[in-house]
Design a protein around this ligand. Structure first.
Ligand code: HEC
Ligand code: HEC
Length: 237
């Protein structure tokens, strides 16, 4: 945060507001100091070796358990998680609660401000910006979508309404945009746009992500499969 160079009587108030309201915007320098808690077990630099835990350079945006040459627990290897901001934050709250059976022996960070600071720092541990979330395989996604979505959705332009609206062109659009479909109030008022991040969350557990949606399906458990389905949805335009 760059509030330190504000020389005014209001500075203290500004800092106070920033500190209380800015859970989401972490402090990189503080996060870097907190990361000292990780380095007994993790290297953080590009190409760093695996220690007790895997190297964590570029971890945000990656699939869990994808660092080469590291032997993960079964729990981590089969978690199906993508380390997006939400997953990283939850994991850092209580690792063993978020992934039961993980072999990471770290209690977690109690304060949400600490987790936000750590997240801000981890965002810098990458060559590029955040890796694109949509790294799925559209062909596999098509197969999965036919199996899992087709009972309720068509995929064609102007396609008929089954239980749900057609998913043609849904990627990148505002939620609730298919004309003639009678959406739930919850979905209409969600104000969401179907970006990668929102689709990932929605497909993981629709009724948890949009409380009151009438999309009654349990969700797609595997993060890889969600990424594949999203890659397929992107081709429907
Ligand atoms: C006592 C050692 C230890 C400490 C301290 C520790 N970790 Fe870990 N970490 C591990 C181990 C071991 C694994 C592998 C877990 C598994 O396979 O279940 C791991 C896995 C991870 C993963 C998943 C990596 C992947 O490739 O999917 C992340 C993310 C992570 N740690 C972040 C952190 C952060 C951030 C900190 C510091 C706040 C931290 N860890 C502190 C041992 C540790
Ligand atoms: C049991 C039926 C059912 C299944 C299975 C199902 N959906 Fe849906 N889906 C719905 C319904 C109903 C809605 C409308 C929700 C509302 O209005 O709250 C919906 C809405 C959606 C929306 C929002 C559309 C918009 O125009 O905003 C997306 C995206 C979506 N579903 C994707 C999927 C995908 C991808 C799958 C397969 C992995 C899937 N759904 C499986 C019933 C289903």
């Amino acid at each position: 945060m760059k509030f330190t160079n504000l020389i005014s009587p209001c500075a203290a108030i500004v800092v106070f507001i920033a500190a209380s309201g800015a859970m989401a915007a972490g402090d990189i320098a503080k996060g870097k100091r907190l990361a000292k808690k990780c380095t007994p077990c993790h290297t953080l630099e590009e190409g760093g070796k695996n220690k007790l835990g895997p190297n964590l350079f570029g971890i945000l945006g990656s699939f869990a358990a994808s660092v080469k040459g590291y032997k993960y627990s079964k729990a981590m290897a089969s978690s199906g998680i993508i380390w997006d901001e939400a997953a990283f934050t939850e994991f850092m709250t209580r690792p063993k609660k978020f992934i039961k059976g993980t072999k990471m022996s770290f209690f977690g960070l109690k304060k949400s401000t600490q987790r936000a600071d750590l997240l801000a720092y981890f965002k810098t541990l990458t060559n590029t910006e955040l890796k694109p979330m949509g790294m799925g395989d559209a062909a596999k996604g098509k197969v999965a979508a036919v199996n899992q979505c087709k009972v309720c959705h068509s995929f064609d332009k102007g396609g008929k309404i089954v239980f749900g609206p057609t998913l043609f062109g849904v990627y990148g659009k505002a939620a609730g945009a298919v004309e003639g479909y009678n959406y739930s109030k919850a979905l209409l008022e969600s104000g969401l746009t179907w970006t990668d991040a929102n689709l990932i969350e929605f497909l993981a557990n629709p009724e948890q992500f949009i409380k009151g949606t009438k999309a009654k399906f349990p969700g797609v458990k595997s993060a890889k499969m969600r990424a594949d389905i999203i890659a397929y949805l992107k081709t429907l335009k």
